[in-house]
Design a protein around this ligand. Structure first.
Ligand SMILES: *Cc1c(COP(=O)(O)O)cnc(C)c1O
Length: 356
């Protein structure tokens, strides 16, 4: 297989140090060594999530924890904010678990505004709200900080945020925003190989879970908490990922979280202005563009799969549009450990291939 640098919104490039950290000897997950490892990782994770809540390590992709959030916390009804494919997935998960749920959907490319949420929550019908922080299909970042101000007014509404494609690249202060479940995968802006997901869960959310009957087994938050109290996980975790996470968190903290967020913002600005300069348009509503992935409208009518084939020859790959947006849009991810040099090199290659 030929190596290609990943400019796709997950999995992302994984550094050599992180890959090597996965290849060390195994330990037992009930042995003290494992608890030591979890204990070492946990305060660093709390820094990354800006929270004092416990953070659970889930051996699943992020979708597992999305399902867990609605399943563990809903007694009444879920309000699912949908601005693209991943918001829709969360709504479908609620229904698939036999829960009552309503979509709050806007046209793809747009963001959810706090007033829309207020109008729904004031009906009193809901006890859970799900919001996608960064919609990877459309390249839109929802104003979660503003939405948080609305959700805070409703004491019994659990605030669940999918930050799969942004946590690690954008600041998301969980406690300040009153987020009850903040979840992410590790194969996107955290730049680990796929297979481990993370969620911070508030005390309020754990209290709610006590009142919910059908929490399931594998993703039962109360069981996660019971084992967390011993710095363990309910079932055998992907230990290699946790070694890797420990190394990657050190690298992230060494770079400095604020510097890391700034790097993401600068790469995003570069890609956005490049796209406009070259006669493309952005898919995202102005003011709500993602800092980790840019969805570009194919206003020049290029052949995206041909472009990607030519890029592969140069050892790089980008993403076509998601689902129905294929060929109508294409996506350049600028997240994880990618640098401005990587982005500049990619854009120069695209210019050469397209002759633009
Ligand atoms: C990738 C992605 C998911 C799904 O994550 P998995 O780890 O593949 O389960 C969910 N939400 C968003 C916003 C994503 O980008």
């Amino acid at each position: 297989m030929k190596y290609k640098k990943l400019f796709i919104p997950g999995p992302t490039e994984v550094s050599k140090e992180v890959r090597e950290a996965m290849g060390v000897f195994m330990i037992g997950h009930r042995a003290p060594e494992f608890s030591e490892l979890y204990k070492e990782v946990h305060p660093k994770l709390q820094k990354l999530f800006y929270t004092n809540n416990p953070i659970f390590l889930s051996t699943s992709s992020g979708s597992g924890l999305m399902e867990a959030a609605v399943r563990n916390l809903t007694n009444k009804r879920v309000l699912s904010c949908i601005i693209g494919a991943f918001g829709k997935r969360w709504y479908q998960m609620a229904l698939a678990n036999g829960l009552e749920a309503d979509p709050l959907e806007v046209e793809w490319g747009q963001a959810i505004k706090p007033e829309m949420v207020e109008e729904k929550l004031k009906t009193g019908k809901y006890d859970v709200i799900t919001v996608t922080h960064n919609e990877t299909s459309t390249g839109v970042m929802n104003p979660v900080g503003e939405i948080a101000e609305v959700v805070k007014k409703y004491d019994d509404v659990m605030f669940c945020v999918d930050a799969v494609s942004s946590l690690g690249g954008v600041k998301i202060p969980a406690d300040e925003w009153g987020i009850d479940v903040l979840l992410t995968s590790t194969q996107k802006a955290i730049a680990l190989p796929p297979g481990l997901a993370l969620a911070s869960v508030s005390e309020r959310a754990l209290k709610r879970a006590e009142t919910v009957k059908n929490r399931g087994f594998y993703f039962d938050f109360l069981n996660f908490k019971k084992y967390f109290d011993k710095f363990q996980t309910p079932t055998t975790p992907t230990i290699p990922h946790i070694y890797a996470l420990n190394v990657q968190l050190d690298r992230m903290l060494e770079e400095g979280l604020e510097n890391r967020f700034k790097r993401h913002e600068e790469m995003a600005k570069r890609v956005r202005s490049w796209a406009k300069e070259k006669g493309f348009e952005l898919f995202a509503e102005e003011g709500y563009e993602s800092n980790t992935v840019t969805t570009i409208k194919n206003t020049r009518g290029i052949n995206v799969s041909d472009l990607n084939k030519a890029l592969a020859e140069r050892g790089k790959t980008i993403s076509n549009g998601y689902g129905n947006l294929k060929e109508k849009t294409f996506r350049i991810a600028h997240m994880g450990d990618l640098t401005m040099d990587d982005i500049n090199e990619l854009l120069a290659d695209i210019e050469e291939i397209l002759g633009i």
